[in-house]
Structure formats: C-alpha cells, structure tokens
Design a protein around this ligand. Structure first.
Ligand SMILES: Nc1ncnc2c1ncn2[C@@H]1O[C@H](COP(=O)(O)OP(=O)(O)OP(=O)(O)O)[C@@H](O)[C@H]1O
Ligand SMILES: [Mg+2]
Length: 252
C-alpha cells in the first residue's frame, strides 16, 4: 500500500494529494490556534464540525453562483477540493467593529460600521499577517487590479448572502476572513473562493444575547468552544449528520 502524499500541514488543516490531478483532500484537525499560533489547543470534535459547516456554507454559496473549491465531503474530517494557486492574502470583511479593528481605531466592540469594510492582510505568519493596501498588492504582484476587483465583488456577495443565512437562524455575522485562489484554464486564470468558512474564520454572535459562538471563545478563554460551534451547526440544521459523541456534547 502506498501512503498518500501530504502536500502541506497548517495550523488547522492538512492538505493531501487528491485522487485526480487538480484536486486535493483537505483534512480538518482539532488543533485550534490564536494570536498567530502562540496559543494552541486540541479541542475534540472541532475538525468534524468545521468540515461539515464549511461544506454547508460552500455548497449554499455555489447555489448563488459563488464559485469555490469545494467538490464533496469524503468523511467526517475530509473534503475533496479543487487545487488552487492561493493568492497570499487574507480578505477580511467587517460589518460590526470587533477584534483588531476595534483596537486600531478605538471603536467599542459591537458598534455597527457605517458600511461593510474589506481589509487585506498578507498571509505571512512570520510577519504576523500585516495589513496591506491595494498599492502593495499590485506593486508586489500578489494580485492584479482586475483580480482585486473580482475578489472585492465576490466578498461583498458572500457577505450579503451569509448575513442573511445567519440572521435567519438568530446569528449576527460580525466579520469573517476569506481566501481566494486561481484555477488555470489554458492561459487564463479564474479566481475562486478557497480554504474554509467556519466559526474559526468568522465572528458569529447570538443575535438575542450577543454571546460569542466563534473562535473568540478560545482566544479569550471564554470556555464552551465546542458547545458554541455545535450550536452554530445545530442552528444551521446540520447536526443530524454529526456523530453522536458531538451531538450529545460532553459525556455522551
Ligand atoms: N483549494 C486550495 N488549494 C490549495 N491550497 C489551499 C486551498 N484551500 C486552502 N488552501 C491552503 O491550505 C492551507 C490550509 O491550512 P491551514 O488553514 O491549517 O493553514 P494555516 O496554518 O492557517 O496557515 P496559512 O497562513 O497558510 O493559512 C492554507 O495555507 C490555505 O491557504
Ligand atoms: Mg488557515
């Protein structure tokens, strides 16, 4: 038997070679990190939850024409995806002030922003993912002006759709991070959405109570991380496909 080839191991996921050229298998780990990897823990069941939540969100986005890398879920922790040439940017979209935006501008967390704001950070852990301007992106050739336009338009569509999806289940989408990549067709590159959309990459607050249901529970030692991710999955109506150990919570 030959062992499958590991392409990359990151903080939260592993990429393996896929069954066909141009495909990869994305494996969701339980490892959880914060503050650029300085704080770490393994939270049992997180990978299973994020795999399923990301599948659900990517599938729904596909139905409104937001092309993305998701092909199909393979098992509890793995999904088949299209391989892309990752654009080295974190694309952040914010509706409500929180986290680093609140710190930078002295805005109280929870204050609604005058409009949705898109920010770009360079994906570089060693540099602490510094924020960059469009000028840097085009000067250093990380993406072309046309690609930046595509990315921004898609990000706003994702934001509109996800705001509605989550508000329908009593969750406020405060902000989120996307990654995009190129797929090449002959000499032409098309940009599609990649990576994951999950409580690791979004700030999600219970609309009624403002309780945090995302990775801030881990960052800020608020406890009940898995319970909160489970609540997001439950509200999205996808808990029935989860193993009983996660469905029943601790002790089940
Ligand atoms: N469809 C795809 N094709 C190729 N690479 C992808 C695809 N989707 C996501 N990736 C990359 O796979 C990796 C996923 O691993 P993980 O999220 O654990 O990385 P990470 O530790 O957060 O580091 P990074 O800063 O690179 O994201 C990321 O580097 C991400 O950019
Ligand atoms: Mg990542």
């Amino acid at each position: 038997m030959t062992r499958r080839k590991k392409i990359y191991e990151g903080k939260a996921k592993i990429l393996y070679e896929g069954p066909e050229p141009g495909t990869l298998i994305q494996y969701f780990k339980d490892d959880t990190t914060a503050f650029n990897g300085q704080k770490r823990a393994a939270l049992e069941g997180k990978g299973v939850l994020n795999n399923r939540i990301s599948e659900y969100v990517m599938t729904r986005l596909n139905t409104i024409g937001v092309q993305n890398h998701f092909i199909k879920r393979l098992n509890l922790r793995e999904q088949l995806i299209k391989e892309v040439e990752i654009i080295p940017l974190q694309v952040i979209c914010r509706n409500i002030a929180a986290g680093s935006l609140s710190q930078r501008f002295g805005l109280p967390e929870g204050q609604a922003l005058p409009r949705s704001i898109i920010e770009f950070c360079l994906k570089d852990d060693k540099l602490g993912d510094p924020m960059v301007a469009e000028e840097h992106i085009t000067a250093f050739n990380w993406a072309s002006p046309q690609e930046i336009d595509d990315i921004m338009a898609t990000t706003l569509r994702v934001n509109d759709f996800l705001c509605g999806l989550f508000s329908g289940v009593g969750i406020t989408l405060v902000d989120f991070k996307l990654e995009f990549g190129r797929v090449w067709e002959n000499d032409y590159a098309r940009i599609i959405l990649a990576d994951e959309i999950s409580p690791d990459s979004c700030r999600l607050w219970d609309t009624a109570t403002n309780e945090k249901l995302d990775r801030d529970r881990f960052r800020r030692d608020l406890g009940n991380v898995i319970e909160s991710y489970t609540e997001v999955a439950r509200r999205l109506g996808i808990m029935s496909e989860m193993p009983t150990v996660i469905q029943g919570g601790k002790g089940a």
